[in-house]
Design a binder for this molecule. Structure first.
Ligand code: HEC
Length: 159
């Protein structure tokens, strides 16, 4: 009887250990997914940003600058949701300082959102010189955030 009791405990304990590691695994999978999503969003940001460079250099249609700029505005809003707490380990170049200094990070994110919103407004006007200026200002916000909150290029290799 005592033996049975012990083995029931062992099974219960074993089970709880198992479910604990199961939930840790679920946690890891969720983090991995959050990081993948973040990279996809940033890649979309770069896609629209790069497309505007192409149009400024004469490719495509000038009228589509507004579409890319509007997409950047939407993506800049999504960007503020892709840094959940705890997504600072694994296959990421995001630095822990994002979560250590959330107010500074939020400021950097807001600068990007404001610059993108301004870019979209300027795009409507169709003045290419003004657009070029607003575009440069937007690019500076990417660079600013990457400098402070992303692993340096030398450290992460070519990426
Ligand atoms: C407020 C901060 C912030 C702003 C603004 C920002 N980024 Fe990023 N970006 C990051 C961080 C952090 C990462 C690293 C993500 C990771 O590795 O998990 C990143 C990663 C990237 C990546 C690599 C994605 C990958 O697959 O690893 C590209 C490309 C990129 N950003 C482009 C841009 C461009 C272009 C802009 C501006 C139009 C921009 N970013 C604005 C913080 C920012």
């Amino acid at each position: 009887m005592r033996r049975l009791f012990l083995s029931v405990i062992a099974i219960a304990f074993g089970f709880s250990m198992f479910s604990m590691s199961g939930s840790a695994q679920a946690q890891d999978a969720a983090t991995e997914q959050a990081i993948k999503y973040r990279k996809s969003v940033m890649t979309a940001v770069r896609g629209n940003f790069g497309a505007m460079v192409g149009i400024m250099k004469g490719a495509g249609n000038k009228a589509d600058l507004t579409t890319h700029a509007d997409a950047l505005v939407d993506l800049s809003k999504i960007a503020s949701t892709v840094f959940p707490e705890g997504s600072d380990f694994g296959e990421t170049t995001a630095l822990p300082v994002i979560w250590e200094k959330p107010e500074e990070f939020a400021k950097s994110m807001k600068a990007f959102q404001d610059a993108a919103a301004n870019l979209a407004t300027v795009a409507q006007g169709g003045d290419m010189a003004a657009f070029g200026k607003a575009f440069g200002a937007t690019g500076a916000t990417c660079k600013g955030c990457h400098e402070d909150f992303r692993e340096k290029k030398e450290k992460r290799g070519k990426k």
